[in-house]
Design a protein around this ligand. Structure first.
Ligand code: OGA
Ligand code: NI
Length: 333
């Protein structure tokens, strides 16, 4: 993969194709830290209280962090080491290690899925693969670094459990059952090398995730920002925490009650940042529509109904333009 940022970034200044138009540049790189993004302790016994906290955070921010979540810290640390080791392999090895599935459920890419056609590139490489069912997917995962499967297998099993637990809390808050609607679960291991000029480019542009929820392992390096009340706020790395965010399909299903939060990633010039997103997505045939119990005469359905696979087509067509997406999905625009 000759284009991977990590293959050439040490030898060059920021190429022109990475320079964003002025209105899309990150502007101030030091934004206020979001000391107000809720940190929810999942270790407590008061389930009603946990459900309430998750529901409120999902309504107000669409983002929260979880601690005492049950995923052992050594499993998280080992997974992060292996993710970093993977991105430190040569470009050739990364290409070899991600071409084991002819159906391409595991691959590596750079910038976005539209590298060839996009107007400008993003400062990011990403490894992506499916995680369920594990016995079927794992044969397509990298075998370099040699511990990859042995470490990432148990990691994804733990994060899956956590993800379903959080989805169950959200289900109870909404009064519908989401667990049975989950289809594909994917891991995306993002890598943002040190960048020669972080003020001109981004690791990931402003976007909402097209999934139910994302369980993000953020390393100890700042970079993730959330758009709230017309302002960017930084998500502080907390040791051993996971960052959880609500995706657009849940905003629709909750008829706008829960917020699919927009977020982005800024780069920095000193250290590489590696993160891992575990996406829990609806199955292709799941109807993405406001749940009936949240729709009545005074709360009309804000969104059209469509199967998840069609939602995805509209999501890709809008290409991170949230206004265009809202127009394509809303009943009122
Ligand atoms: C994503 C994402 C955030 C990060 O993978 O969709 O928003 O900090 N990642 O890497
Ligand atoms: Ni995201």
């Amino acid at each position: 993969m000759k284009h991977l940022v990590s293959s050439w970034c040490n030898d060059r200044s920021l190429p022109e194709s990475y320079i964003l138009p002025p209105e899309k540049r990150p502007g101030k790189l030091t934004v206020p830290l979001a000391n107000n993004i809720p940190v929810i302790d999942l270790g407590g016994h008061d389930q009603t209280d946990i459900i309430q906290q998750i529901f409120e955070a999902s309504q107000e921010f669409g983002f929260f962090q979880v601690i005492n979540h049950g995923v052992p810290s050594n499993i998280m640390d080992e997974a992060m080491s292996v993710f970093k080791e993977f991105h430190a392999l040569s470009g050739k090895d990364k290409a070899i290690e991600t071409s084991k599935d002819p159906n391409k459920s595991c691959f590596i890419y750079t910038s976005s899925a539209n590298y060839e056609t996009e107007k400008f590139h993003l400062w990011r490489d990403a490894l992506i693969h499916h995680c369920n069912p594990l016995e079927k997917c794992i044969q397509f995962w990298p075998e370099q670094p040699p511990r990859y499967r042995e470490v990432v297998g148990p990691y994804t099993a733990e994060v899956r459990k956590l993800g379903f637990r959080i989805l169950e809390f959200i289900s109870q808050g909404l009064g519908i059952s989401l667990g049975g609607l989950v289809g594909i679960q994917t891991l995306v291991v993002n890598h943002y090398p040190p960048c020669p000029d972080p003020s001109l480019t981004l690791g990931l542009g402003k976007h909402m995730d097209p999934v139910f929820i994302n369980i993000l392992l953020q390393s100890d390096v700042h970079g993730l920002q959330v758009f709230k009340d017309e302002e960017w706020i930084g998500v502080e790395p907390i040791p051993n925490a996971f960052v959880v965010n609500i995706g657009y399909p849940l905003q629709i299903i909750s008829n706008g009650k829960l917020k699919g939060a927009e977020h982005r990633v800024v780069t920095n010039s000193n250290v590489a940042r590696t993160t891992a997103s575990y996406f829990l997505s609806p199955s292709n045939e799941t109807l993405i529509e406001p749940v009936k119990s949240l729709v009545d005469a005074s709360h009309p359905a804000l969104y059209k109904s469509l199967p998840y696979k069609d939602f995805l087509i509209k999501y890709v067509a809008a290409s991170t333009d949230s206004k265009a997406l809202e127009e394509a999905l809303s009943t009122t625009v």
